[in-house]
Ligand binder design. Structure first.
Ligand SMILES: Nc1ncnc2c1ncn2[C@@H]1O[C@H](COP(=O)(O)OP(=O)(O)OP(=O)(O)O)[C@@H](O)[C@H]1O
Ligand SMILES: [Mg+2]
Length: 363
C-alpha cells in the first residue's frame, strides 16, 4: 500500500489564556486541539466535522503551517511540516492551498480577478505576465466562469462566483492538498451543491486531495471518502464516510446525524426523539470538562463514571474505522459495533416504526 499524503500524528494546540478584566486575573488556556491523529491519501477527501469551537479550523491552520502546534507532528509527502523553522519553504506553500468560508474577505477587493489568480502563478511558476493571464483565463473556465471575467473586481460577482474564483486561485499552484474551511457555509442551498459538484469534478481532473472542514455532516456526507468527527478539541470517531453515516459508533456522531432533517416522516420521528434525548444532557453541560475526561460525557445520554475520569483509548470499529468512546470497552461493551444497538427511547421508537411498517406494507 502506498503511503498517505498527509500524516497528522498526536497533534495538540493550546492557546494561552491571556489576561482577564482585572490586572491579577489570568484566563484559562484554550485547549483547541488535543492528541488528534488523521491521514489523507493522495486524491482523497477527508471531511472534518464538528460543532463551532471544536478545533477544526485550528487543525486546518496547523496543516497550512499558519501556526506551530505545541506537540505532535504533521508530514505532507516529503515535508516534515512541524520541523520547519520560522520560514516556511515556498515549495510547501505551493503544495498546500486554502479556500476559506468567506469569499469576500479572502479576495483582495482592490485587484481584478486576473491579477488575483495570476499572483500565485507568477510567484510559484515564475510565469511572465502574458502566460500568467492566459493560464488564469483557463483556470476561470475550469471553475465555470469566463475569460472576460479576468478584468472584473471581486465585488462584481455573486457569492457562489466569488467562491469559484477562490477555488481557481487555490488550484493555480497545482497543490497536492487543498484545505477547504467551510467553503459553502455562506452560500444558499442550490449554490452550495453547485460548488460542491465543482469541487468533486476538479478533484477528478486534478487529483488534488481535500481536507473539507464543515460543521454539518449533511454537506460532507456524499463528498468525502472518509470522515473525522471532532468534539471539543478531540477527534472522537474516524472512518469511511458511508459507515460513519449509516452505522455511527460514537453518541456524538449519532447526534450530528439526528440533526440532519429527513423528508421521511417515520425517520424524522426517530430523529426528533433522539435529538430530544441528547438535548436533555445539554442543559446540564458546562462545556468545561476536565482535560483528561471525555468532553462529550456531560451531554451523553449513555455516560458512565469512567467517561468523566479519563479520555478513552482508540477502539477499532466493526466497519474498520476508529472510535474514542468508553461505551465500547466498559458498560455495554459495544466493542466497535454501532451505538444504535444501545437501548434508548429513540431506538424503541425506531423499532416501533419498523414494526408498524411491516404490519402495514405499502400497497
Ligand atoms: N488565535 C486564537 N487565540 C485564542 N483562542 C483561539 C484562537 N483561535 C481559536 N481559538 C479557540 O480555539 C477553539 C477552537 O477554535 P476553532 O476556530 O478551531 O473552532 P472551529 O471548530 O473551527 O469552529 P467554527 O465551526 O466556529 O469555525 C475555540 O475555543 C476558539 O475560541
Ligand atoms: Mg472554523
Amino acid at each position: 500500500m502506498s503511503e498517505p499524503l498527509l500524516h497528522v500524528d498526536d497533534l495538540t494546540i493550546v492557546f494561552p489564556g491571556g489576561r482577564g478584566a482585572l490586572p491579577w486575573q489570568k484566563l484559562p488556556d484554550v485547549r483547541a486541539v488535543q492528541h488528534a491523529s488523521l491521514v489523507i491519501d493522495a486524491g482523497d477527501t477527508l471531511g472534518l466535522v464538528g460543532e463551532s469551537g471544536s478545533g477544526k479550523t485550528t487543525l486546518g491552520r496547523a496543516v497550512l503551517r499558519f501556526l506551530q502546534p505545541d506537540s505532535g507532528s504533521i508530514r505532507l509527502g516529503d515535508f516534515d511540516v512541524t520541523g520547519f523553522g520560522r520560514r516556511v519553504p515556498t515549495a510547501y506553500r505551493k503544495s498546500v492551498q486554502v479556500v476559506f468560508q468567506d469569499p469576500v474577505g479572502s479576495l483582495n477587493p482592490s485587484m481584478v480577478v486576473g491579477a488575483i489568480i495570476a499572483e500565485p502563478l507568477r510567484i510559484h511558476f515564475d510565469m511572465n505576465a502574458g502566460a500568467a493571464r492566459n493560464r488564469a483565463g483557463e483556470l476561470l473556465e475550469q471553475v465555470g466562469l469566463q475569460r472576460h471575467h479576468l478584468d472584473r473586481y471581486p465585488h462584481e460577482f455573486s457569492g457562489g462566483q466569488r467562491q469559484r474564483i477562490a477555488v481557481a486561485r487555490a488550484l493555480a499552484t497545482e497543490p497536492d492538498l487543498l484545505v477547504l474551511d467551510e467553503p459553502v457555509s455562506a452560500l444558499d442551498v442550490s449554490t452550495q451543491s453547485q460548488v460542491i459538484n465543482l469541487l468533486e469534478r476538479l478533484q477528478r481532473e486534478t487529483g488534488t486531495a481535500y481536507l473539507l472542514i464543515a460543521h454539518d455532516l449533511a454537506v460532507v456526507r456524499h463528498t468525502c471518502h472518509r470522515i473525522a468527527v471532532m468534539y471539543h478539541s478531540r477527534i472522537v470517531e474516524l472512518g469511511d464516510a458511508d459507515d460513519i453515516c449509516e452505522r455511527p459508533t460514537h453518541p456524538y456522531t449519532d447526534l450530528l446525524l439526528a440533526s440532519i432533517p429527513d423528508p421521511d416522516p417515520a425517520v424524522q420521528k426517530v430523529k426528533s426523539q433522539r435529538r430530544r434525548e441528547l438535548a436533555q444532557g445539554i442543559a446540564g453541560a458546562s462545556g468545561r470538562a476536565p482535560a483528561d475526561s471525555c468532553p462529550f460525557a456531560e451531554r451523553c445520554p449513555h455516560a458512565l463514571d469512567v467517561c468523566r475520569e479519563s479520555f478513552p483509548e482508540p477502539v477499532a470499529t466493526a466497519a474498520g474505522g476508529t472510535v474514542w468512546c468508553h461505551l465500547h470497552t466498559s458498560g455495554p461493551q459495544l466493542g466497535g459495533r454501532p451505538v444504535s444497538e444501545l437501548s434508548t427511547r429513540s431506538n424503541a421508537v425506531r423499532d416501533a416504526v419498523a414494526r408498524e411498517a411491516v404490519a402495514a406494507p405499502d400497497v
